[in-house]
Design a binder for this molecule. Structure first.
Ligand code: DGJ
Length: 742
């Protein structure tokens, strides 16, 4: 990995074995993008890649410099209004009302490793040799605004992490009305735009559109990254597949409002913008103040989508997630939500926990309803003290009882919310986000606390800290169950109201930072009505997230498959629940529910007492199995083999251990058919020379056979595929022969 600078041509070349990123200072000081893609040889001069050419009806910057227009030159961080007509990376409003900016190259800095972003989650290095960071310093000569563009190249993989910082070094207040984390101009539009969209209960369904002239975008203006769209998009070449071809993944390490946009000009240049959504964003920068954008991570590959995903998985697992749990296999948990909802007593919780313990579960999680007056959705949020009528000895007592039967104890919070029927709201009605003299909308009868205010975050911290200090709590599920409306803070002046959405998220990060620092061994799982904040920002604090409230196995195939394009298996909260399923009322076999949930953190969301004895025995076997293989599931290399978004919905995926000696393949059927065709799966990532034994038929096959001739998944006795009824599934465990004795 290196960052090369050619002084004569003022060209920067960031490269490692996988990728090259080249940019140059234009004659008049703007920064131009020259190349981003597969690694190419370094050359002293790449200036021929700039195409200055005359086009009618184009605006030019200088009368004496005929072809100097920014409209057709790929910009590093484009601004609107001075010949570039594309949506810009930044927009600054000056005191005199002007919106023109002109950032010119001033200097640069190259450093080993990667600096942190103050107050924001970001990828990091553990050793300076893992990455290098280039900081480009640009200045606007008119208003004294300094712009720093940060680029980190990691030693391995086609990864470039970017962000920007604005420093007001001038004499006047400025307003940033747009400050994207990344602007990337590519010279053609021969791409498909892939995004992951949905709604509550069907998060991150993969959507692919052909890139066309004009603007295509996804985003969130709901105050959280949302169920609806994820801050992750892919540009892929039309011929790229899971296993070959070029793709670039763009991921924003942020949990609030975001915009991911592709704009194709009518000359077929493509601009990608990724960052905080400019809608309602207006950040006042007084002289001496700095604004730092969140980080955006780009991953380039020429080896297909699986390879891109694997690069993200490894980066996010090892250099975004932090702390005690990031590399550890996750405890198998039982959560009482779908078992009881609000209707529980301590005795009932203990019954659920005791049965779970006898089946091999390791962690009991008490979900919503244990605090204040919370016996239904309309009361209690904000009062983080145990309800003495329910839990006479408080959380401390219950946690101890759970520990005494040999389980760890976990607890649900929804720190950012308040019900009007709560002591907190009665004491501080002005602590919610609300506009003076206007009514406030609710979501699930709850209101959003103004986390842009430190005193609000302090108060919630104190309540949570007290519980965690007094009780043996090993795990926290941090929920967030509504989108923001009437976004206004009573604590900020009129000209800073455009900062509230972002300041809110900074408050959330602050609380996470304080709690995870004070309680480093507590495992945090993020949640937002299922997966409404399943984003890299929260992965920095919570190494796992509740993927979706939809626990139906068939639905989960799509959700987990879509999620896997960016996020590792170790981050996906996945539980076995009852049938009929509570979200779609479907019956699926118990083994299929587990076969899906194994490809995640694994747990149960039911009362095991209510299962038949046979089912309980099956659960015991499942837990035993997961304990044996959870490291492989959660930290092996994950491959998508067959997409639930295509064909008949049959899904297949697999994980391979680092030494390639073990692999588990999951095959899942939706509807069965009569007299089905023969079927086989072409496995990936095996050692061609290892001979693998197949757990299903006991036969052994070389890795090259399994990858090229395929693994036969047709059932020999039924003439059907291995999954032989609706929603059936099968796991194939393949072990390299010399490992059979283990
Ligand atoms: C939404 C979560 O996604 C559920 O798992 C559960 O915790 C409920 N909230 C509790 O209110």
């Amino acid at each position: 990995m290196s960052i090369l600078f050619n002084e004569k041509t003022r060209t920067f070349h960031l490269c490692n074995d996988s990728v090259s990123y080249i940019m140059t200072v234009l004659p008049r000081g703007q920064m131009a993008q020259l190349y981003f893609g597969r690694k190419i040889h370094h050359s002293e001069d790449f200036s021929h890649l700039l195409e200055f050419s005359f086009r009618p009806m184009t605006s030019y910057l200088y009368e004496n410099d005929g072809d100097y227009t920014l409209e057709h030159i790929s910009q590093e961080y484009g601004v609107f209004g001075s010949t570039d007509y594309r949506d810009p990376a930044a927009e600054i409003i000056h005191k005199n009302g002007s919106r023109i900016s002109d950032f010119r190259y001033d200097s640069f800095l190259i450093q080993k490793g990667k600096p942190c972003l103050p107050g924001l989650p970001a990828t990091y290095t553990e050793d300076d040799s893992e990455a290098q960071t280039l900081t480009l310093i640009l200045k606007d000569p008119v208003n004294g605004l300094m712009l720093k563009l940060f680029y980190t190249i990691f030693s391995e993989g086609g990864i470039i992490a970017r962000s920007a910082a604005f420093m007001n070094e001038g004499p006047e207040d400025l307003h940033l009305s747009r400050a994207m984390s990344l602007c990337m101009d590519l010279p053609d539009r021969n791409y498909e735009f892939v995004h992951f969209s949905g709604a509550w209960g069907r998060e991150r369904h993969m959507k692919t559109r052909v890139l066309e002239q004009g603007i295509q975008s996804v985003g969130s203006v709901r105050g959280h990254s949302s169920h609806n769209h994820n801050p992750f998009v892919i540009l892929k070449r039309p011929d790229a597949t899971e296993f070959q071809g070029e793709a670039i993944g763009f991921s924003l390490v942020y949990s609030g409002n975001f915009l991911a946009q592709a704009e194709v000009s009518t000359h077929d240049e493509t601009r990608i913008l990724l960052g905080i959504h400019p809608h309602w964003f207006d950040w006042k920068l007084e002289p001496g103040e700095t604004f730092q954008t969140p980080e955006a991570v780009m991953v380039y590959t020429d080896k297909g989508l699986n390879h891109m995903s694997q690069t993200f998985h490894k980066l996010y697992q090892t250099r975004l997630a932090r702390g005690y749990w990031k590399d550890k296999a996750r405890p198998i948990l039982i959560n009482n939500w779908e078992a009881t909802y609000f209707d529980f007593t301590e005795e009932r919780l203990m019954e659920i926990a005791s049965k779970a313990k006898s089946c091999g579960v390791e962690l009991f999680v008490l979900d919503d309803g244990w605090f204040g007056g919370r016996r239904h959705e309309k009361a209690g949020l904000g009062d983080w003290v145990a309800n003495p009528g329910l839990l006479p000895e408080g959380i401390t007592g219950l946690a101890q009882k759970i520990e005494d039967i040999g389980l760890k104890f976990g607890l649900w919070f929804e720190p950012e919310m308040v019900n009007k029927d709560s002591d907190l709201y009665r004491k501080h009605p002005d602590w919610i986000l609300k506009v003076p003299d206007r009514s406030s909308s609710h979501g699930r009868f709850q209101y959003v606390l103004d986390f842009s205010r430190t005193e609000v975050v302090d108060c919630i911290y104190e309540m949570m800290e007290k519980i965690l200090s007094e009780a043996k709590v090993s795990y926290i599920k941090w929920d967030m169950n509504r989108s923001i409306t009437e976004c206004y803070s009573a604590a900020l002046p009129a000209d800073r109201q455009g900062e509230v959405f972002h300041r809110y998220i900074l408050g959330v990060y602050d609380l996470y930072e304080r709690l995870t620092s004070k309680f480093p061994k507590v495992l945090f799982e993020s949640c937002a009505s299922g997966g409404a904040r399943f984003d890299p920002g929260l992965l920095y604090y919570a190494p796992q997230g509740w993927t979706s409230d939809d626990t139906d196995a068939a639905e989960r195939l799509k959700i987990q498959y879509g999620t896997s394009y960016c996020y590792p298996v170790s981050s996906m909260g996945s539980h076995v629940s009852v049938t009929p399923n509570h979200q779609v009322f479907r019956y699926t076999p118990l083994h299929t529910r587990a076969n899906v949930a194994y490809f995640g953190t694994f747990g149960y969301e039911l009362d095991l007492n209510k299962l038949t004895e046979d089912e309980q025995e099956e659960v015991k076997e499942q837990i035993k199995f997961m304990k044996q293989y959870r490291r492989l599931f959660q930290f092996g290399t994950f491959y998508r083999l067959k997409s639930p978004f295509e064909g008949d919905g049959t899904t297949a995926w697999m994980v391979v251990s680092d030494d390639k000696k073990e692999t588990i393949v999951g095959v899942y059927k939706i509807l069965n058919g009569a007299n089905m065709p023969f079927s086989r799966l072409f496995l990936k990532g095996l050692n061609p020379d290892f001979r693998y034994s197949n757990s299903v038929d006991g036969r052994t096959h070389y890795g090259d056979e399994l990858m090229n001739a395929g693994l036969i998944t047709t059932s020999i006795n039924a003439g059907q595929e291995i999954p032989v009824c609706d929603f059936d599934s099968g796991l194939f465990i393949l072990k390299a022969e010399n490992e059979l004795s283990i």
